[in-house]
Design a protein around this ligand. Structure first.
Ligand code: ADP
Ligand code: MG
Length: 258
């Protein structure tokens, strides 16, 4: 694999639910170490796009590669596409950490237990090793002091930071964030965005769906504006926020900014 292979490579991705075509022929390369923000109206296909990347949704057609390896399907010797084995899909999915609007922590487990569960179960780490790793990632999201707290005792912002630590603890190649702060009050949003900024500054490859325009403008290397399942605008934040070609994108940005 050449050093220049993109971290994420999407070709002609289409996704339909019944008759509803949600993603329409999306092709895209995401370079390693970059932050890509996905903007778009509700229903434009942002979540579906992220969910196709890690194969939580099976694309209707198209190809996705993560770090040079296909996810979801493989080509047979005679050139036909075939669904990959569940084991391979799970192995590939582990390359992508995902953080959702709903934190989905296990309520019966402490913060630390939430973080170390998958590294032990999926990556086969010994408990001691997993605890060390888990504590390091809780420290990264400024929550080491809450290692033994149960989710019900944590604020929404703290729970979301545990969820971020949990995703990071799998040491994924890519982090996907789907409106990670949309369920939070403004003051809790700030602490989560700070953690996301810190992760970005360490060179993590990130694809972020957000309505936080300041974050998008300051942190992104590239911003995509999705409209009805198509990439309608694609460029650096200066273009999207200052000089978008698409009238719809300009209107969207100004509405959300105000
Ligand atoms: P966004 O995240 O941009 O708001 P989504 O990707 O969630 O948009 O949804 C895009 C469209 O696909 C919407 O019309 C939504 O209702 C539809 N959709 C999403 N998931 C499903 C599903 N599992 N079954 C049927 N329709 C779906
Ligand atoms: Mg969504």
């Amino acid at each position: 694999m050449p050093a220049s292979a993109p971290m994420i490579r999407v070709r002609n991705l289409c996704k339909s639910f019944g008759h509803l075509q949600v993603l329409k022929d999306i092709s895209l390369d995401v370079e390693q170490g970059t932050v890509t923000t996905l903007l778009g109206a509700s229903g434009s296909g942002k979540s579906t796009f992220l969910r196709c990347l890690n194969h939580l949704e099976k694309p209707t057609s198209g190809d996705i590669q993560i770090d040079g390896e296909p996810i979801g399907s493989v080509l047979t010797a005679d050139g036909r596409r075939q669904t990959d084995t569940a084991g391979n899909i799970a192995r590939m999915r582990a390359k992508l950490g995902m953080v959702f609007q709903q934190f989905n922590l296990w309520p019966h487990m402490t913060a630390l237990a939430n973080v170390i569960e998958a590294p032990m179960r999926v990556r086969g780490l010994q408990r001691d090793e997993a605890v060390e790793l888990g504590r390091a990632f809780l420290a990264k999201v400024n929550l080491l002091d809450k290692a033994d707290a149960y989710p019900a005792r944590l604020s929404g912002g703290q729970q979301q930071r545990v969820a971020i630590a949990r995703a990071l603890a799998m040491q994924p190649k890519v982090m996907l964030f789907d409106e990670a702060t949309s369920a939070l009050d403004p003051e809790l949003t700030v602490e989560v965005l700070e953690v996301m900024r810190a992760i970005a500054s360490e060179g993590t490859t990130m694809v972020v769906v957000t309505h936080e325009m300041r974050f998008a403008r300051d942190v992104s290397d590239r911003v995509l504006f999705l409209h009805e399942g198509c990439i309608e605008e694609d460029g650096p934040p200066e273009q999207i926020f200052g000089n978008a070609k698409s009238e719809r994108c300009r209107r969207f940005v100004s509405t959300v900014l105000n």
